[in-house]
Design a protein around this ligand. Sequence first.
Ligand code: ZN
Length: 255
Amino acid sequence: MIDERIYGGRSLLVIGAHAFDAEVIAGPLAATAAKRGLDVTFLHLTMGEQGHTSLSPAAYAAQKRDEASRFCAKLGISWRELGYPDAFLPDNDEVALKIADVIRELRPDTIVTHWQGSWHKDHRAAANATKSAVLYAALPTLERAHPAFSPSLLLFGENWEDDEGFAPSELVDVSEGFDAWREAITEYELARGLSSFPYVDYYSALYRMRGCLNGSMYAQAFSTTSHSFNAGGGMFNAKSSTKPRLSGCGCGAHE
Ligand SMILES: [Zn+2]
């Protein structure tokens, strides 16, 4: 069962394009995981500093750093950023390698990021970079500051902006963390009416709706990687825990 795979792990890493994305694609999940003793980290690729109705990007970035810090403090989790500019997150290997370095350093059992079917270019870039990062993190021949590492699970979270072809193939009980998330999310001005989109109403109802289908009070939906991604990279569900999970491109020539 996926709940046991996630909550039975040691750590969880959530990678979002903008501060506030990780908070909605895996907020109650993170709160539940932290309550159960997992080390949880949010990685914001940009701070999402564009688009405030009155603040400059620099001022809004500073505000969002404060908001991220207060949100995470309430949930007992950590956060860090890569510092790319909002709306201009590159879809390239530089970003993927920086994410790979974080994966190698933190060694998360489970990674959550965006589903690729998004109208927002930064969300698509985050999804692409994270998938590449999982490969780079696992490549034993790629020398970086930390040794190679493969997570056991890569999941794509549910975000109102990433709805093109999103399939909620996994439902995870997040009832234990919902109340903490509901209280902490209001640290963000985005959750208090800055945007015309009613974030808190939408996500609270969404988590409850997923819970109805899951037989729990609240649940979050995730899409999983394809069978070919898992098998081709060889990075997940290793046959033996003593064997490196990834030995190359999966063609067998690198065994
Ligand atoms: Zn976003």
